[in-house]
Design a protein around this ligand. Sequence first.
Ligand code: NAD
Length: 399
Amino acid sequence: MSHPSFENAVGRFRTILEEQYQRVERISRPVEWLDYSKLDRLVVGVIGGDGIGPIIAGEARRVMEELLRDELKSGRVEIRQIEGLTIENRIRELKPLPEEVLAEIKKCHVLLKGPTTTPEEGSGVPNIESANIAIRRAFDLFANVRPVRIPSQGIDWVFFRENTEGEYVLGSKGVLVTPDMAVDFKVTTRPGAERIIRMAFEHARKTGRKRVTVVTKANVIKTTDGLFLEVAKGVAKEFPEISWDGWYIDVFTAKLIDEKRRRDFQVVVLPNLYGDIVTDEAAELQGGVGTAGSANIGARFGMFEAIHGSAPRMISEGRGQYADPLSLMRAAVMMLEHVGMKEKSAMLSKALDVCGVYDQKAKITGRPDGATAARFGDYVIATLRDPGLDAKWASFQKA
Ligand code: NAD
């Protein structure tokens, strides 16, 4: 049985195949990674974004200015505010990433980005694609790295979420074939799976971790997830000192809340959509999505952000100033580590542990009964200035 609209749907599927085939060729070519240590001047872009974004990005920027005071003065680092990545502009231009914003981002080496709103199908707003997905694609930021730590429970996870494939990247290319039949697409490629899985194993090797967990639903989603798992088996052979195990996403999601088993996980690598969902769950265990940062890494660019969105309800209820900026500050820790400023990264990480986990003298609740983002920012700055920070942090470790 056929329908007149099939031809159109098949045509769109063909376009996807052509695009993805070209992408496979492109990402299979060797690329030289940017060596940040060779830069005379590191340019850090800061984007506020939408909703609570400008509030938390402002606090993260203030903290970085304190931490990098000398580097900013000497010109070794420049922090550059990039305007215009707002939902209003994107709707006006009907583009997920306006050209002038992309041009400004390209002048930076790394980006600290506040969350951006993505309109939903049927919301009455033009259905433009996510700005994040557009940036990830523009710079081929294939690895979304999301750490979650709960020291009191012995939890120290690092998730490596594939960032450029899966259902997500084709999410705006689905076809409403007839009013009663909608079809979306999912893609996994061998080089795409290989580079994220290898990065997860290399991270385990570099940090002395002994276990990598590969999460799919390969028993049901046999072709795409099947390829991801097959690639993992091959890559694992190059890392004989690291044990690896395959889990299905449903059981893995359950095990993350199993207090007896969950601390055994160390490094986790997974396709795009599963990675997005599971890392929100993991962040909730850590203290809420507002506490978790993430890195989007490609060979020549990195974008660092919160794992959460623009929290429009906080804004509409007048609670924006109570948003937790810890997520973006944790992202800044990852950024400093990525560009090789390891001491600065460790110092900020310790200050955030003291302010956000151990001492908590300005506890954020997201509501007026908690601290404001600005007060938390002041607290982090004061903690960074405290010459006793190292000793204080060490004493909490022992406790
Ligand atoms: P959300 O992440 O914005 O909010 C989920 C819940 O977490 C809400 O209850 C919110 O109040 C709370 N929350 C989020 N960040 C917080 C913080 N820093 N402090 C305290 N509480 C916080 O999820 P949503 O409502 O599904 O998404 C809102 C918009 O953000 C959507 O348009 C979505 O597409 C977009 N989004 C953007 C990104 C990104 O830019 N990286 C990521 C996810 C969602």
